[in-house]
Structure formats: structure tokens, C-alpha cells
Write a protein that binds this ligand. Structure first.
Ligand SMILES: [Zn+2]
Length: 458
């Protein structure tokens, strides 16, 4: 009998992610005087001017011979619910100028994408007589990119951007799972975003609640993005990951196919994708499985025709597979309810949502992993959870009983190319690990391993 692990602390994790704390740290615009650690959601008219330091670089901005000193830089941050226009208004930029400058920005950046907490440096040129002229603004939407808007004489504003070149540095990590995969990942120094990708990719085959046990191991190879100055700028791709469950290795490798599509494959070149995700939600725990149970509201025993996943209100719910939205409406007992038809036989249904995702309506096409709605407690429900059903020919069935067709398998030259890519990934893993010897058998999973148990020590 397998002992169940203590629950993964993914709910807390989700809360962190939802709060945005895991998005890559915003790099403050160059040479701003904004103090670190400032609450990101408030306008802080950090208007302490910073004269002198940048003037040389900005002399050509709107220089019509009347400048009376170095460019004055004011750094503000976007307040919650505010737009770039609001910020420019706060900085006392004339409305017409602000409009023109934001219009110029649209060539390279969608101003609607700007986020609360984003630092923006607004540039003014002092004029004789004590007035000043707005000459542009700049900000770094991500650690690798900065955009800049500059006045161009009388011809309005122009936009430009610089991107820092990065190198991708492979990083290997491994660990033994003692209480949870997340904890093991954290101990090995793996960033949470990488662990999330890891879990997502294994969620086709692994039920993280039931299948993991202490002593299971993981390996991972991912990229770190590093700028020329040596600054870390987030994570690149997950190149390889492996879970060893009860001695059974399950490696996956990233590979770009001939058609340019990137996917993950097992050692035999079989896509890890399955027709349906086992768990259409991140980090939830199953609170009620498929089968008879005492109904908490109705008060008598009743067949539970789905699986309940407890998760905080607002947690995104994913389409378990590619398909067409058949129903997206409110019903009395199911609350906000979505049903997706995947093929002639199989549909999945999702109930009690707090709300539907944008553009989810009858007839809409969805891909596996698309967000279709958010956890809630609408309808006949005692608390926030997702009630998930798999329907076969219109009847609810146990999701675990549905034999999911496997995805594509690479063949011919593409398979050869994959095997080559796989070997180079494995080499990279060995090198990144610092030459330590790896006790991993390269043999692909075979049928006799299926009957494997602890006694025959396979
Ligand atoms: Zn339910």
C-alpha cells in the first residue's frame, strides 16, 4: 500500500502566483532614483529630480537650442487600475503631448499591457524662464527590454527600444522527494516557474496526489537567461525533466519538430500529450472522487458523477482537451457550467465556476490548456471547488476509467533527429551537473517493466 504524501503546498503557491509575486522582477528604469522595495501599487510621485546623470544621453531629445540645463528625470510608477495616460497626467505632461507620445509608443508596445507597479521615467527639459518641456519617457517592460519615446523636433514623438542580448545557460538540478515535489525543487534551487512547467508536463501521466511517494526522485535541466553583465534575467526553457516513481524512470525531452512545433516527448519519441488532462486545474486537491458518497447538501447517499477539486475562488480552470464549447451557461445546480465536446464520444464538463473566461461561449473552439473559467461556488455547492465530469456518449464516467488515446509518435528522420537532440540534452545535463556520474539506465520503458514491483528489483 502506498503511503500518501502530505499534500503539495500548491494552493499557497497558486495564491502567490495569482498575486503576481512570481512574475519576473521588474527592472527599474535605468538610473532612476526609485528606492527598492517600494509598494508597487501606489503612485509615488518620486519626483526627486536626478539632474545631471543622464543629460548627455538626452541632449538630442527635443533640442531646439533653448534648453536651459540637463534633462530632468522623474520616475513614477503606474498605480493600480491606472493607465500610462494617467501617469503622464500626474507628471503634469500636457494632454496633447501625452496623447502623441503614447501613440508613438503603440508602434513597439501596447500601452494596455502596462501593469500596476511599472516604473516609468518621464523626461523634461528645463527652459529659460523657469518653464520645462516634456521631451519623452522611458521604461523597461521586462528585464531584457527597454522602450523609449523621444520628442523629435516639431514632428511629434518617435519610439525606440533596446533589447539586451542574453545567453542561455543550462542548469541541472536533481533531488529526492521527501514530503513534496515543490519542497524538493526548492531545496535544489529550482525556480517555481520551472517546477510549475515540470508539473504541467507530467500531469498527463502522473497524478501528483496519488502517485508520488517519499524517496521518489526528479531530475531537471532548464535554461537560465543571463545578460552580458552577468545579470540573471529569468528562466528560459525546460529542456529535460525526469521523474523516478518507485524506481520507474519517466524522462521527457523538449524537441522542435519539422513543422516547427515544440513539444515534449518521452525517450521513445512519443508525445507526452494525452487527449485529456487528468487534472484540469493547477495545484488543486481532490476532495471528492467519482462514486457513491453522502451528499453534503442533499443529506443522503448519492452517486457522485464527477471529481471535485478544491481550490481558491478565481483559480483558472483549463480545457482538459482540444474541442468545441457545447454549453456555457448558468444552471440551478451546476451554477456556471461549461461543457466541451472533444470528439464524437467524449465531452468534459466543469461546474460551479465563479465566472467564464473571456470569449468562452457556445461554439467557441478551445485548445488543451486554454483557460475556460475560474473556480467558484455557484449553484449547489458548499464552497469553492471545481466539479469536473467526463462524459462518454452523454453519460458521466469515472475519468480514471477512460482510456486516453496517446499523442503522436515521431517517426523516420524526425525520430532520428529527436534521438540526436535527446543525446545532446543528456550530455548537457551531465556537464551542467559538474561531471557527477548519473545512475540512470538509458533503456526506454518496456512492457516487462509494467509488472515491476519492489520484489524483483527492476
Ligand atoms: Zn462534484
Amino acid at each position: 500500500m502506498r503511503s500518501r504524501l502530505s499534500r503539495l503546498p500548491t494552493l499557497a503557491l497558486l495564491a502567490i502566483i495569482t498575486a503576481g509575486a512570481l512574475t519576473p522582477a521588474t527592472v527599474v528604469a535605468r538610473n532612476t532614483d526609485a528606492p527598492n522595495g517600494r509598494a508597487p501599487n501606489t503612485y509615488k510621485p518620486a519626483v526627486k529630480p536626478n539632474p545631471g546623470t543622464e543629460s548627455e544621453a538626452k541632449d538630442d531629445a527635443g533640442n531646439d537650442g533653448q534648453a536651459a540645463g540637463p534633462v530632468d528625470r522623474r520616475t513614477l510608477s503606474i498605480g493600480r487600475g491606472d493607465t500610462l495616460m494617467d501617469l503622464l497626467a500626474t507628471a503634469n505632461v500636457p494632454t496633447n503631448d501625452a496623447h502623441d507620445a503614447v501613440a508613438a509608443l503603440r508602434d513597439i508596445y501596447n500601452p494596455r499591457h502596462i501593469q500596476a507597479g511599472q516604473h516609468v521615467t518621464v523626461l523634461f527639459e528645463p527652459r529659460r524662464g523657469g518653464t520645462r518641456k516634456f521631451v519623452g519617457f522611458e521604461f523597461a517592460p521586462d528585464p531584457l527590454r527597454s522602450v523609449s519615446i523621444a520628442r523629435k523636433g516639431d514632428a511629434g514623438f518617435t519610439s525606440s527600444q533596446t533589447e539586451k542580448p542574453v545567453t542561455r545557460k543550462p542548469v541541472a538540478a536533481q533531488g529526492v522527494i521527501r514530503s513534496s515535489l515543490f519542497e524538493a525543487g526548492a531545496q535544489a534551487g529550482v525556480p517555481i516557474s520551472v517546477m510549475m512547467a515540470f508539473i504541467q508536463n507530467f500531469s498527463y501521466d502522473v497524478d501528483f496526489q496519488r502517485d508520488l511517494q517519499p524517496g521518489d526522485r526528479f531530475e531537471i535541466l532548464y535554461e537560465k537567461l543571463v545578460t552580458a553583465e552577468g545579470t540573471q534575467a529569468g528562466e528560459g526553457e525546460l529542456l529535460y525533466a525526469s521523474l523516478t516513481l518507485s524506481g520507474d524512470d519517466m524522462p521527457i525531452y523538449r524537441f522542435k519538430g519539422r513543422d516547427g512545433r515544440i513539444d515534449y516527448y518521452n525517450g521513445d519519441g512519443e508525445s507526452i500529450r494525452r487527449a485529456l488532462l487528468r487534472t484540469p486545474i493547477d495545484g488543486a486537491r481532490i476532495t471528492s472522487g467519482f462514486g457513491m458518497r453522502h451528499h453534503p447538501i442533499l443529506g443522503f447517499s448519492k452517486m457522485h458523477k464527477g471529481v471535485d477539486f478544491a481550490a481558491p475562488t478565481g483559480t483558472p480552470i483549463y480545457a482538459a482537451g482540444r474541442g468545441t464549447i457545447e454549453i456555457a451557461e448558468r444552471s440551478s445546480s451546476y451554477g456556471n457550467y461549461v461543457r466541451i465536446r472533444h470528439n464524437t464520444e467524449i465531452s468534459t464538463a466543469y461546474a460551479h465556476m465563479s465566472r467564464f473566461a473571456k470569449s468562452i461561449g457556445r461554439g467557441a473552439r478551445v485548445d488543451q490548456g486554454d483557460i475556460i473559467g475560474y473556480v467558484g461556488t455557484t449553484g449547489r455547492s458548499t464552497g469553492p471547488h471545481l466539479h469536473y465530469e467526463v462524459l462518454k456518449a452523454g453519460h458521466q464516467v469515472n475519468p480514471r476509467s477512460v482510456d486516453l488515446p496517446t499523442g503522436e509518435k515521431l517517426e523516420g528522420r524526425e525520430l532520428q533527429a529527436f534521438q540526436q537532440a535527446r543525446r545532446s540534452i543528456e550530455k548537457m545535463f551531465e556537464e551542467s551537473r559538474g561531471g557527477m556520474q548519473l545512475a540512470r539506465t538509458p533503456a526506454p520503458a518496456s512492457t516487462e517493466e509494467k509488472g515491476c514491483n519492489k520484489a524483483n528489483s527492476c
